[in-house]
Design a protein around this ligand. Sequence first.
Ligand code: 5GP
Length: 654
Amino acid sequence: MSHMNGYVQEASGQAKSHRERAVDCPGDESSLVKSPHSSAHMERIQHYQEELKKRREEDSRGKHDIDPNASLRLKKLSQNPKVGIDNPTFEGKEKVTKDTFLQDPVAGELRGEEGRTELAELLQALKWAHHCLTDAQSQQDVELIMQLLAKEDFKNAYTIYIAVSQQMTRVIPTSPLTAQAEDLCQEVQKILQSSQHKEGLELNALLTNPHLQAHDSVAGQEMAEESLTQYIGETVKLVRLEKARDTPLGATVRNDMDSVLVSRVVKGGAAEKSGLLTEGDEILEINGTSIRGKHVNEVHDLLQQMQGTLTFLLIPSSQIKPAPHRQTVMHVRAYFDYDPSDDPFVPCRELGLSFQKGDILHVISQDDPNWWQAYRDGDEDNQPLAGLIPGKSFQQQRETLKKTITDRSPEHQGRLWYAKKNKRQKKKSTTTLSRNIDYDDILTYEEMSLYHQPANRKRPIGLIGPTNSGHDELRRRLLSIEPEKFAVAVPHTTRNSRIHERNGREYHFVSRPGFETDLAAGKFIESGEYEKNLYGTSTDSVRHVINSGRICMLCLHTRSLQVLRSSNLKPYVIFIAPPSQERLRSLLASDGKTPKPEELKEVIEKAREMEQNFGHFFDATIVNMDPDQAFHELRRLIDKLDTEPQWVPTSWLC
Ligand code: 5GP
């Protein structure tokens, strides 16, 4: 199982350790981290840097072994007058190879250069001193020092020292020692008022100097900014995250041999908001606790115990970070149920987002094509952290796999996480069906957009439900109460017209061959045969009602759904679900019907099946507990289309 998501690599025999773990900590500000620049801390940093240097030297040695052009390139570089290595001697070569442990080779070279220049100057001074000294003992002492300075290990250690001390001197003086500097100042000035001592006068002058106040306010600002990030040399980064009480950290870690790496930064968490943790950063320490060699589960547990400000000591990812770009949010409708607790592939279960078929999801990151980051519609406000959902092609891959397996078992053949099509639909799909639906028959997500119906072109309303769920009665009631607002599409038939019927009013009377040609051309939403005559509703008839400014009321079969969706009529589909068996019995009884218990059961079973297999195509559901209540709910939903935009497949708007 060397796996699709790239995190599970069983080849190394460490499948578990390659999984990610969400790391987080509850936001309690009580244990703020004190200044991390203790001498022990700096020693540890130096240790990390030396280790890193070794690792990188090993790496680069390996690279040189397999790179036959490396020495050629070096030679070429040395011959370039702009680079200024005018003598490709051992000295020049050393500079290139030995300094490669620095993260940024250019900056590293410069900083290394700085340390080496100082050393060269010191050597010069010692040579001069040696020359001036007359006694042999002193000359020997100076020689010893000169030998030490010439050692490569010493030169490297000195380079690190320079880098660290530069950072220290830049940061430490800006830290204010007290928050009441001004009060203290005034107090001391009062005491000094009567002093005639030279030192007292001098101190008084210093304390009245406006530069001091300026320093305090600048230092205050620097302290606030300092909670962000500091580079210690080029190799180690110190990151401090101030995490608000209600904001989770939102990062995952994974093991890579002994290292613990930031694996994923989730949108909406403190880590993402700060922009300071990057995928691929190696965590060396958290709040002074060494992390190398720990399993991700230990890191998770450790962070759970920690509270408040978090200080990370990191080796920044060596991967080049792509320039930050504004992510565009993609809205999708899910065509499958997803439960991360039941998914062995989710890289981090705690961060998985569960959803149900038909849910609208806002996908905010597809950086990892296998695991997108998303919010469920409506959850964005109370759920700060995005969740992981399977990416489209990843899901398609495994659904294909599942399909292959379940297709073989007869009891699973009706399962609807993929859409079966009949021969005619399959043929049609190549020409007119939406490409979102026709993707290897696997339905995963469909991209959605908000659509607000124009006042003069109302969306047709499709009512769907099993026989006896009451959808037909609801439609009739609407048509009879407001005929000027609601209308039906005039159907086509091949039967002869009756005496009172007018072509285009009750039916469009057409010849059988004409009907069949239109049917083959996909012009009907639905059709059927009754007593050797064909009947059907055409898309043109529906369009005619829409163009008249009225709302077209349709009663749909499930088989009409796909055709209707690809017709560009933008239907709004409402599922009319039956109530409980007992309630259904009493409703039908009040209409003078006396269904058998098994017939009632069948209605409910049919509704369940429809919902399971086509539920993702329904825009709304009304449970018909009471005809009046259901009618009011239907009116409310229809009116809402005038006042609120609705999610529709993006392909409808192209
Ligand atoms: P009639 O010929 O008496 O008007 O209708 C005969 C049957 O055709 C009725 O059961 C009616 O429901 C059905 N029918 C009428 N219009 C349509 C239609 O557009 N499509 C389908 N499938 N059946 C229809």
